[in-house]
Design a protein around this ligand. Structure first.
Ligand SMILES: [Zn+2]
Length: 295
């Protein structure tokens, strides 16, 4: 589906409703929150959505917005407009200004909010489905890097944030996660969490892990069967991880802001695009439906 087709489908309230129900963004049935009776979907011209749920019990007849409990609940923006924002975000087709113009949104803050909501969806996805990379016979490169606050963010304390990452160059998949420090006690559990047993882990600091890690290191090598290789002795050094970080940092710089919790959502978006970049619109709609189940 291209943007013109989407625009065409979203021209009427019926079109928007059908699209949202088809992608499980809106419920197809509802029970009254007051009396538990089945609700009917009725047209209502005085609301921007054009529809509302109405309880079928004659003594109740309670009305309920079709947005209640959905991804759309947090906004008064027209749903057609939100879907267009999601589309343009998914295909990375538009700057903030383009998004404002194409979707008819006056406020740049509103666009920034929706991009944040979508990054939250990416993050939710990885929380629900923690991704592990590598495995027997596979190599994973790991390393750390510093993300710095933007230079002109003066007036705030400059606080660099460490990011730990891994990359499987064969499968071209990786993970990035912000960490409070680079201690072995911090990093070894993350290696166990994100890297599958049996992997060969290429690192330029595995000697540090073995020194500081103690039990954690032994557990990784013995129970988790992870085999550490020094980056210096390997033909492919950890430059692939560096490339992945560079890409993540570039995106990060464009989008601005480096509060720790914000940074995590940018990293999630980066990982999400690595995984779902081939079919981003349908994927993000699916993941929204998983984060906000409606039926
Ligand atoms: Zn009722």
């Amino acid at each position: 589906m291209n943007f013109t087709m989407l625009h065409e489908q979203l021209r009427t309230s019926d079109g928007v409703l059908n699209f949202c129900q088809e992608h499980k963004l809106l419920a197809t049935s509802k029970k009254c929150v007051t009396c538990g009776t089945i609700c009917n979907l009725v047209t209502r011209e005085d609301t921007s959505d054009g529809f509302t749920w109405r309880c079928t019990a004659s003594i109740c007849q309670r009305r309920l917005s079709i947005r209640t409990g959905t991804f759309f609940a947090k906004s008064k923006l027209a749903m057609a407009c939100i879907i267009k924002i999601i589309y343009l975000w998914a295909f990375e087709r538009a700057s903030k200004k383009d998004l404002q113009r194409e979707c008819g949104v006056k406020s740049a803050h509103t666009i920034a909010d929706w991009k944040k909501f979508l990054r939250d969806i990416c993050q939710d996805h990885f929380v629900r489905n923690p991704r592990q990379i590598g495995g027997p016979g596979r190599t994973v490169e790991i390393g750390e890097t510093l993300f710095n606050r933007r230079k002109y963010n003066v007036g705030r304390i400059s606080e660099p944030v460490w990011v730990f990452g891994g990359y499987d160059p064969t499968e071209k998949e990786g993970f990035l996660v912000s960490v409070p420090n680079r201690n072995a006690e911090t990093l070894l559990p993350l290696i166990k969490k994100y890297i599958l047993p049996g992997s060969t882990v290429v690192s330029d600091c595995w000697k540090e892990y073995s020194k500081g890690g103690g039990e954690g290191y032994r557990d990784l090598t013995v129970n988790h069967q992870v085999h550490f290789v020094d980056a210096q002795t390997k033909a492919t050094p950890t430059h692939v991880v560096a490339v992945m970080w560079k890409a993540a940092k570039q995106r990060h710089k464009i989008e601005c802001g480096t509060k720790r919790e914000l940074l995590d959502t940018y990293l999630s978006e980066f990982m999400w695009r690595q995984t779902f970049g081939g079919n981003p619109f349908v994927s993000i709609l699916t993941h929204i439906a998983e984060s906000y189940p409606v039926n």
